[in-house]
Design a protein around this ligand. Structure first.
Ligand code: HEC
Length: 106
């Protein structure tokens, strides 16, 4: 009984055994850093975050043409969150620090 069953199982496994294709697995090349697009400034995370988050409702110039202290930018970003901007607290902080740095009031 058991022996017969094992024969059947062996037969089944012989039937469904398919030879593996003889191709090599695709080379994994994840070490290579993505090169920045030619002619662009080196990637700046904060700047990118600002461009990404602050350009969905209005142009970036709305913010770029203004100068504010860090506190004022913090208030503006908080107001933008009220307008519907979705950022984490960390991201909001990064954007505020970018704006205070590049578009700060002296
Ligand atoms: C969900 C839509 C939305 C997003 C995203 C958004 N804004 Fe705004 N923004 C508005 C609206 C609506 C106004 C006009 C009403 C107001 O001033 O609150 C505005 C106005 C402004 C103004 C002019 C305010 C003034 O008093 O002159 C600035 C500066 C500004 N946004 C900066 C930003 C910055 C910086 C970001 C990214 C952190 C951002 N916005 C993202 C909707 C948005």
């Amino acid at each position: 009984m058991i022996r017969g069953l094992m024969l059947v199982v062996a037969g089944l496994s012989l039937q469904i055994e398919v030879p593996a294709p003889a191709t090599d697995p695709a080379p994994v090349d994840q070490q290579k850093p993505a090169s920045p697009p030619p002619g662009s400034a080196p990637a700046d995370g904060k700047h990118e975050l600002f461009q990404q988050k602050c350009s969905t409702c209005h142009g970036l110039d709305v913010a770029e043409t203004q100068s504010h202290t860090a506190d004022e930018w913090r208030e503006i970003v908080a107001r933008m969150r009220g307008n519907g901007l979705t950022v984490s607290d960390d991201e909001a902080g990064e954007i505020v620090s970018f704006l205070a740095d590049k578009h700060g009031a002296s």
